[in-house]
Each structure stands twice: as structure tokens, then as C-alpha cells.
Design a protein. Sequence first.
Lengths: 117, 111
Amino acid sequence: SAVISQKPSRDICQRGTSLTIQCQVDSQVTMMFWYRQQPGQSLTLIATANQGSEATYESGFVIDKFPISRPNLTFSTLTVSNMSPEDSSIYLCSVDEGSGRTTDTQYFGPGTRLTVL
Amino acid sequence: RKEVEQDPGPFNVPEGATVAFNCTYSNSASQSFFWYRQDCRKEPKLLMSVYSSGNEDGRFTAQLNRASQYISLLIRDSKLSDSATYLCVVARGSSASKIIFGSGTRLSIRP
């Protein structure tokens, strides 16, 4: 199974600022995924980060608000831009087993707990 | 209506009890089903996949009813360490965008 680390683990930010979250995987993976989990809510996929191409965003999420970088097969960043209190959430990156099957297990990083004041 | 629905709980049961959760899904094209476990302030981790024939892993039994579109998880002889949130996960395609997480059922085991 993949081992995933994220930095920072938590942060408290002021409204209007931006935060970049880093995700590092211990093996090369084709796709990395960014999720958001708001308090008491389920995980919601923000975007899929592909190495060498633009990220694919889900409905309700846009690149200007959540720019993503994927410079290589083991690393990705998610930036939360121009933050508001509504962006307070846990942000998780994940990878799957990469076989393309629906039965692939998803492995998650430990998450970044963001609080926007 | 949410695509995957779970009773949020919390379920508060004594150690040693048997507890069951159900999860319903609305999309009949769903292909794969899972239970993930999420401890407080931790990331979700796969507990078990759910197969059509039902499957068991120690004290945990998962079942799928495609006709009624629900998945169940049964925990026998519950332990204090079973306290967590259990996420029902449904996949209806091979991309991550087709994986839908339920909002979770909180379980608390008391001594």
C-alpha cells in the first residue's frame, strides 16, 4: 500500500490569503486526487491531478480557486486561494492502486486541517 | 437525495455487543462497494470490500443487496477499538470521480 504524507498537517489562516498544501507519495503513481471533507460531511472530490497535464476539476470546483500542480509522479500541491471561512475544512490527497478497476483501494494522506478566520 | 445515504448515528453500544449499519445507494449502475473506517482526526482507511455473495473478515461481515440497493456492515463482539466513523463507499466507474463517499456512521463502544 502507498504511504502518503501531507504538509502542513494543520493551519489557521486569515481571510483573503492563500495556502498551499503539499502531498508526497512513497511510490510513483499516475493519478493523485484531492478531496475536501467539511465538518460532519462526506469526502468530496475536488480534482484529479495528472502528471504532465492539467488537473481535472469536479463540478463546483475551479482552477482559479484551487490551483493544482503535479510536477512529477510522487508529488502534488493544492492551493486554496483567496480563502474565506467557508473554506475551513480538511483537505486530503489520495492515490489508488492504479489498475483502473472500480475495485481499486484508495489510500489517503493524513489530511490538512484548515481553519480560516 | 444523496447518492449514498447512511444513518449518521451515533450508535453507542456496550463492548461485546453486535451492531449493524446499513447504507443505501441510489444509482443502480453502481459496480463496487466498500466500507472505510475513519478514526477521529485521521484519514479514511479501507475496512473491507463488499461482494455480491457477502464476505466476512473476522468479526466483520459485509453484505450487498443489489435488488434493494443497500449495503450492510455487521460487527460482532465489538471492541473499544471499533469506535470510529464507518464510511460507505460506492463506485460506479473506473475513475475517482465516480467514487461516492457516504457521510459516515459514528460508532462509539462503551466499556
